[in-house]
Every structure is written in C-alpha cells, then in structure tokens.
Design a protein around this ligand. Structure first.
Ligand code: PA5
Length: 409
C-alpha cells in the first residue's frame, strides 16, 4: 500500500509542503508513548492468534450446516463484517450460488424483509454486541429466538460483562470473545469480523499479516515510513491551520464502498468530541462523479479528498462502437475506463486547488484490506493525540440511548 501525497504537496498554497509535514515528525515518539499508556488492544490483535484460531475452529465445526448467516449487530459490530464480505467476496455475493449468503441486520426496519428470504432452520444467527445490551441488537435477538432453536445461534460479546454473555451461559450457546480493551469500532480483527469471514472462507492469515505489517509501520519514528502518521498529520494540519475539517473517502472500487462506511464511523465516533472533530464523507468513484463532483470542484475549499486507487482490477471489454462521438470507448476494459476517470477527476480536483491524496493498493485482497484496517485505526490513534481527546470512547451517543429508554418505558 502506498500513500501518495504528491498532488497535495504540488498544490502549494492550499496544500502542505513536505518540510512543513516533517516539522511534525518529532511528535511521533510522544504520541506513541501517550497512546501506549491508554492500553488499547487493537494493535496487538494481528499478533495474538487466539481470536483467529477460535474463529477458524468454530467455523470449521459449523461448515456446511447452514445456507445463510445473519449477523445481528450494529455500528462497530456490523460495519467491519459488511466490509469484509463486500471487499473480499464482492458486493453481489448474496446473489451468487456458492453460499453461504451473509446478511448484516444493522437497522430495525429490515427484519421482516430479510426473514422472508431465509429458510430459518438453515440459518445461523451470529449475535454480536460488545456491551451485550444494545437495544437494536437485543430486540432482534429476542425476535429470532422465538423462531429458531438455540443451535442456530452463536454469540460474540464481552468475555465477562453484559446481558448477552449471561443469556449465552444460561442457554449454553457457543460464544466468542471481544477483548475488553478493544472498542467496538476497532474490533473488526477480533471474532467480530474474523468469525463471519471464516464462514465465508476468507483468507484470514493474509488479512492478519497485512494488519501486522501496518502495525509495524505505526511504530516507525521516521515519518517517511509511518503512513498512519502522515495521514493524520495532513488531516490535522488542514483542519487546524487552514480550516478544512472534512475528509471525503472516495474509493474507486465498488468492493471498497463499505470500507468508506466503516471509516466514516471510525473517524466520526473517535474524533468528534469536546467541540472538535473532522467530518467524514463517503463517496464512490465513478458513481459519485455524477452526484457530488460539482460541489467538490466548485464548492467551498473545506474538504480533503482521499482517493483509494486499486491498480489491478478485472472486467470485460467494451465492444467496438461505430458512433464517432463514442468510439473513443471502443476496445477498453471497464476497469481501464474507471482508472482513467480517476486520473481525470484527480487532476480536475487539483486544478480547482482542492487538497487531495491517494491511497494506492495493487489489488483488493485480504492482505491489502488488513493493511487498510490498521492504517486507518492507527491514524485515528494519532489524531486523538493531535486533538488531545480520548479517541476510544463515545460519551456523546449515550444521551439519545437514555432518552429512547425513557420514552419507551
Ligand atoms: O464503537 C463503538 O463502540 C460503537 O459504535 C459500537 O460498536 C456500537 O454502538 C454497538 O455496540 P455493541 O457492540 O455494544 O452492541
């Protein structure tokens, strides 16, 4: 994976120079020290193999028994799983014949519709909630509990606390742990992501290897080698010094569309607090060139554009088109057209003097996805230090939960 800052640096006035970025380098050691004091567990996940092994073991035991998997979870207990499925099996996986299909029920109004698609006896319900009390998830669990036997459930939750843990123990339902020092939105490389991914036959070893390599980069004191620090520094300086508080995450790959959703939660919930924060926006290349690009080019200069470029994609070829106005498309593959549109859009955005950078990956595979997960998580750890806020809690979501409880009671 490469982080390309060339377009940003070439911008001069609106952008940032490399010497300016390098002035921040001395902060790496201090930030790492402060981060380690917080004793967050996500960095160790690629090395500690227990989640990987227990997920693989349980998945192996269940292989072939179920046609469909339904994840009941929300937020950090849903977005990473969805991203793993879409990136590594494709966004149309559920329409393919291979199976098992994987549905992620992370909203309340789709329960009935999804139920109609399922043969309930042949469906495995994976209930994921770190707290074990999240109302959306627990309501859905109780709904399906009335309809299928306990053999159709697996729980993934805190090793000790919470209602789900208690229910699991009393019904003797197999359970996998979310380590206590790993927050929900940082949990994709625990059983939360690994177990459903194992059921889909995703290459978990490569996923974890990619993550482990990025975890090393995070510890590098040399800024050139520390990609998460570079990204966080650009975001912070653009916000703090130039009033550019938004980050548009724009992958040019349908497979990575839900990675942008996953990142949106990570950035918003981690950094948006104490009156500060960066606003994440998701966009999909090429689709959103036809919906948002007008604003991006000619609107206010208040966004950093983060393109994700995939060098190797495969797709069919466009046939010969005789129409003289369209024959420039003839004989090119669809992915070639996509790559060219990215180049054109990036150049246009630069000509409009909007700050932009590119994350470049050779292809969408498990290794690269592991790198991306850790890259973003580690950049958040640095951002938390820049803004001097705790990136690992979410006190601001409590009030609406409390009020919902009061209203329903
Ligand atoms: O990052 C977080 O902690 C949250 O977004 C949670 O993932 C989300 O609220 C779901 O919580 P739980 O896993 O406890 O059901």
């Amino acid at each position: 994976m490469k982080l390309r800052l060339d377009a940003l640096i070439e911008l001069g006035f609106y952008g940032l120079s490399w010497p300016r970025l390098k002035q921040e380098e001395e902060k790496i050691s201090v930030f790492l020290e402060r981060f380690h004091e917080k004793e967050q567990g996500f960095l160790q996940l690629p090395k500690v193999k227990s989640a990987l092994l227990s997920s693989l073991k349980l998945a192996e035991k269940l292989r072939g028994r179920f046609e469909d998997i339904v994840v009941l979870g929300i937020g950090g207990s849903a977005l990473g799983v969805t991203c793993l499925r879409d990136a590594l099996k494709g966004p149309f996986w559920n329409f393919k014949k291979e199976g098992p299909r994987l549905f992620v029920l992370d909203n309340l109004d789709t329960v009935g519709e999804v139920e109609e698609l399922l043969n309930l006896d042949k469906t495995l319900f994976v209930v994921i909630t770190k707290s074990g009390t999240t109302p959306e998830t627990m309501a859905q669990y109780h709904y399906f509990k009335e309809k299928v036997s306990k053999e159709n459930f697996i729980f993934i939750t805190d090793p000790k606390e919470g209602e789900l843990r208690k229910i699991g123990a009393s019904y003797d339902i197999p359970m996998l742990d979310i380590p206590q020092n790993v927050g929900g939105r940082f949990s994709v490389l625990t059983a939360v992501g690994l177990f459903p991914a194992a059921l889909l036959g995703i290459d978990l070893e490569s996923l974890m290897k990619g993550a482990e390599d990025m975890a090393h980069s995070f510890q590098a004191k040399d800024m050139e080698l520390n990609l998460p620090f570079q990204f966080a520094t650009v975001q912070y300086l653009l916000d703090w010094e130039r009033g550019i508080p938004m980050t548009v995450m724009m992958p040019y790959s349908s497979r990575l569309h839900t990675l942008a959703d996953w990142y949106r939660q990570l950035l918003a919930e981690s950094i948006g607090k104490e009156g500060r924060g960066l606003t994440p926006i998701t966009a999909l290349g090429v689709t959103d060139q036809h919906s948002q690009l007008q604003l991006y080019n000619e609107g206010p200069t208040d966004k950093l554009f983060c393109f994700i470029e995939v060098l190797k994609q495969s797709s069919p070829m466009i046939p010969t088109i005789e129409n003289p106005k369209l024959n420039y498309l003839s004989g090119h593959r669809f992915d070639e057209l996509m790559a060219t549109e990215l180049k054109g859009t990036r150049q246009a955005i630069s000509e409009y003097k909007k700050p932009n950078l590119t994350l470049e990956i050779p292809e969408v595979n498990a290794y690269e996805l592991g790198q991306l997960f850790l890259f973003f998580e580690c950049s958040i750890a640095f951002l938390g230090e820049y803004y001097r806020i705790n990136a690992f809690d979410q006190p601001g979501v409590e009030l609406s939960k409390k009020l919902t409880r009061q209203l329903l009671s």
